[in-house]
Design a protein around this ligand. Sequence first.
Ligand SMILES: *Cc1c(COP(=O)(O)O)cnc(C)c1O
Length: 351
Amino acid sequence: MAEWENKVRKAVPYTPGEQPKEKEITKLNTNENPYPPSPAVKEALEELNYRDMRLYPAPDAAELVSAIAAEYKVKPESVFVGVGSDDVLSVAFQTFFNSDKPVLFPEITYSFYDVWADIYKIPYEAIPLNNDLTIDPEDYTLENGGIVIANPNAPTGIFMGMDAIESIVKANPGSVVIIDEAYIDFGGESCLPLIKKYDNLLVVQTFSKSRSLAGMRIGFAMGNAALIKYMNDVKFSVNSYTMSRAAIAVGAAVVKDSEYYKGTCAKIIKTREHAKNALTRLGFEFPDSKANFIFAKHSTVEAKKLFEELKKRKIYVRYWDKPIIRDYLRITVGTSTDMQKLTDALTDILK
Ligand SMILES: *Cc1c(COP(=O)(O)O)cnc(C)c1O
């Protein structure tokens, strides 16, 4: 090791799902939406003038912030925007998790949380799930430096009701509670109404999943104006111009077309429920998902084997060789044609 390497901040990075270059694959591994985004995206992109790209974008992304505020019926002061919700969550970690006490999150959850905690040197405690993979709100009453929970949780897909979320927020007036609602539009119910009642609640959402815009990188958070102000102070201390002119324009246009994404989400929900039946018939078990994926375990065949066999047939799903979850595959809900390909391949593998 070179001498300078002693001074390097060493990180164990988050591993995203594969993005294979091949065209002819069925990609059910990164929870992307199988449908294209609203046609409003095309219009917004066509209206962009390439000459304007010489100018910095608006540092406050006001056009996007006010469009989100109008859609979700909150004040613009209650909205923070960023480069995907990964950016928003990362700023929230830096802003709110600044204590010697551990930040709490479930042991099985979005695997970016411990990565951010490590890189920002935030102490944390991963709380085991119940045996049925549900979260017990009572576990989140320990002394802590903050709380972050994905709802529906990833990769289980299990949704926790608003009463349970409220009990956690209420029990922790001394900490900020972040609820990561990346998958909320697929059948859950957002805890957004609670931000009026609790000034320590931050609700984070994204355009990547339900609005089919993973490639544009748009995420947002909503909460009490004081929380948002603290986040903006950190953001403006690191990088003022996080969102491109394209992302701001596209985001503002698409948020006004909520009919469109509600339609595609309804299709995905229908396909998901159909896929649940097909997977059950093939011998899989899974918690009841309210997300755009199913976290499934086969009664006899190892997940690793299924993962590899599916890959040979050009179907990509997600698999983690990690304790507790190594028996499971996380299968993104694609179109009904994608799911038919998946069940045909599984039928072939399992015969
Ligand atoms: C996909 C995902 C995100 C982040 O998505 P962005 O594309 O960065 O908005 C955040 N949290 C969870 C639980 C996710 O699954």
